[in-house]
Design a protein around this ligand. Structure first.
Ligand code: GRF
Length: 184
């Protein structure tokens, strides 16, 4: 069995895209290994919990100070951060490989509200999505893949945001799949 924990604190559109991608995947190699997802959230009111219920995915609401204990008792092959609003400290990073998705071309626009800040600044050089390994620095680990998102001059903020998310939903499952294939 391959066990993957997805960490999300709010909306969870990436969580849903990842789970659905593998649900409908025809990748026989991974299917053979019985891939299991769980959701970890630190927000008991998060919308992502409803998504998990609908998708029949087991979820855990874990207080930030209980995460280490939880990961000691529950082993995962990969920990996927997808809108998880908590910095993962060095001690926690020792439990598993962590990857994260960030809506900018790193190292530009690290930190929260990157989409909004990029749009406001019309920062065309930073507009895109990065998936990276997690280290102790915020959005600072080694980049795995980056994809540019065109920031057109007259695009509305809502439209730009949707474009960024669509790219996220497309590339995150594929990066996860590649990683899992390397375990099989
Ligand atoms: C995404 O934009 C992701 O890049 C960032 O947090 C957002 C999460 O969105 N880290 P959602 O909860 O998956 O809809």
């Amino acid at each position: 069995m391959i066990k993957v924990a997805i960490f999300a604190s709010n909306n969870g559109s990436n969580f849903e895209a990842i789970v659905k991608y593998f649900k409908y995947s025809r990748n026989k190699k991974i299917k053979k290994y019985n891939l299991q997802f769980v959701l970890i959230t630190n927000n008991k009111r998060a919308y992502v919990i409803l998504r998990a219920k609908k998708l029949n995915i087991k979820y855990y609401i874990i207080e930030n100070d209980k995460l280490d204990e939880f990961l000691l008792l529950n082993k995962f092959d990969l920990c996927v951060l997808a809108g998880y609003m908590k910095i993962i400290n060095e001690k926690t990073l020792k439990h598993c490989v962590f990857i994260n998705i960030h809506p900018s071309l790193l190292p530009h626009y690290k930190g929260i509200d990157a989409i909004k800040r990029i749009y406001k600044d019309n920062a065309t050089n930073a507009s895109g999505v990065s998936i990276h390994y997690v280290n102790k620095y915020i959005d600072g680990g080694e980049v795995i893949i980056q994809k540019q998102v065109k920031l057109d001059k007259n695009i509305s903020y809502a439209c730009y945001k949707r474009k960024v998310h669509l790219v996220e939903h497309k590339i995150y499952p594929k990066v996860i799949e590649k990683f899992l294939m390397s375990l099989c």
